[in-house]
Design a binder for this molecule. Structure first.
Ligand code: HEC
Ligand code: HEC
Length: 384
């Protein structure tokens, strides 16, 4: 029996023409990763259109961005010879879809991140079969189905930031290898990112390697494009610069594998709220306003409120009235997000709060989906 989380994907698969893919179906050896054609956001918009923002209209959103105070870099406007040169440099560093590689870096570190050429080559067909439909050939989140997903478009790996980063990279959104494995094991509840737990573990490790490969490639590409668009940089040795940037991004991935900050212990939810638990919910309710949460989580449980993520694209502020937590059901996961923020969603952390205050907030947030469990006075204020 496929797991319930896999079910929506199975429904989608035949629609998208990938009903009976051949396992390991390789890419055509002639294919190259194209140089990024979509705009790089240099400055995010100051305001967002009133929601809902249609995910299918990402290009429309970007086209309207300059009028709302944002700034874009159009890679297709770069001179043809520069584009050609950058494509060659990226091909040399990262290979092709059929023969992906990371050409620089310490082999032991590369192997630990499943970035060795053998693993990448063995996984590219699996990525094409299972992930590319949504996440796209280059990991841009613009696969055939990727533009039309609600409530969240697929993650664009090219920005190098992930929401479920729980290790030493928590503040910058760089995940541990195991954070990404967890995403594949559990999916992202409440989005179209399904769990791939039935896929054998070795295959999942390879798919995570492919995600990291595309992410490193995308980050280097984005930086090269920014430099190429800067007239002062026109004489740059692009091959040397590509290598330097790749080494720098790999160093960040390596550093992010270390342990993160210690977890905050959160007691289980009581079966029936006790008077002490009600007091904690009251404190959490007050903190939610004073700690600035309401400035984004407007109206506690409203939908269609957007903030820009670090890539400059609109990201829905989570409707906390939804019972499922996207980044893990444990109170400790929620506590970590409240203390340290979600870098990839531009949600700031609250380092000034004590552990007890964070626990009050966790309790309050997780009861928002069950308003009958809130004290009457809090419930009245929340439901206004
Ligand atoms: C049906 C579309 C779809 C498919 C197929 C799909 N994803 Fe996703 N993926 C998503 C969506 C939607 C998100 C959630 C993005 C968000 O909340 O920012 C996501 C998020 C992710 C994330 C980011 C998690 C984080 O911490 O930010 C990773 C990594 C990922 N997917 C990997 C994969 C891999 C690997 C495959 C193939 C085995 C795959 N996805 C298949 C739609 C899909
Ligand atoms: C600058 C805007 C902003 C502020 C301020 C903010 N958040 Fe968030 N929050 C977000 C966004 C955006 C997300 C969605 C993350 C995602 O895409 O998965 C989010 C997600 C969350 C989640 C995860 C929900 C889930 O289903 O996984 C929790 C819990 C949360 N916020 C609690 C808080 C609390 C408590 C505060 C105050 C201490 C706070 N937030 C302040 C923007 C903000």
């Amino acid at each position: 029996m496929p797991s319930r989380r896999l079910f929506p994907f199975l429904l989608l698969a035949p629609l998208l023409g990938c009903g009976r893919p051949t396992p390991g179906d390789p890419y055509d050896p002639a294919w190259r990763y194209p140089l990024r054609p979509d705009p790089v956001v240099l400055k995010a918009a100051d305001t967002h259109p009133a929601g809902p923002i249609l995910d299918g209209d990402r290009d429309g959103y970007l086209a309207g961005l300059p009028a709302r105070g944002g700034r874009l870099l159009d890679p297709t406007a770069l001179p043809a010879d520069t584009r050609q040169r950058l494509t060659e440099v990226l091909d040399d560093l990262f290979g092709t879809p059929a023969e992906p590689k990371v050409a620089v870096g310490d082999p032991t570190q590369l192997a630990a991140l499943a970035l060795d050429a053998d693993t990448l080559k063995a996984s590219s067909g699996g990525y094409r079969m299972r992930c590319g439909t949504c996440h796209g050939l280059t990991g841009d989140g613009r696969g055939a189905a990727g533009l039309y997903l609600v409530p969240q478009p697929p993650r664009d790996f090219r920005h190098g930031q992930f929401k479920r980063a729980g290790g030493a990279g928590i503040a910058s959104g760089k995940p541990r290898f195991d954070d990404l494995m967890r995403v594949l094991n559990e999916g992202v509840p409440g989005t179209m990112m399904t769990a791939f737990s039935p896929v054998p573990e070795a295959t999942r490790r390879g798919l995570v390697g492919t995600v990291i490969h595309l992410s490193v490639r995308g980050e280097v590409e984005q930086e090269l494009l920014k430099q190429a668009a800067d007239p002062d940089e026109s004489a740059t040795d692009w091959a040397a610069e590509g290598k330097r940037l790749t080494m720098a991004v790999l160093r960040k991935w390596a550093a992010a594998q270390a342990d993160g900050p210690p977890p905050i212990a959160v007691p289980d939810r009581p079966e029936a709220p006790t008077p002490e638990y009600h007091e904690s919910l009251r404190r959490g309710f007050k903190l939610f306003a004073t700690a600035g949460c309401l400035s984004c989580h407007e109206g506690y449980t409203r939908r269609n409120v957007y903030r820009s993520d670090p890539s400059g694209l609109p990201n829905g502020v989570r409707n906390l009235g939804h019972p499922e937590r996207r980044w893990g059901p444990d109170g400790a996961d929620t506590a970590r997000q409240i203390r340290h923020g979600i870098a990839a969603a531009n949600m700031p952390g609250s380092p000034g709060l004590s552990d007890a205050e964070v626990v009050d907030l966790v309790n309050f947030v997780r009861e928002l989906a069950y308003p009958k469990r809130l004290p009457d006075d809090v419930r009245a204020a929340v439901e206004q």
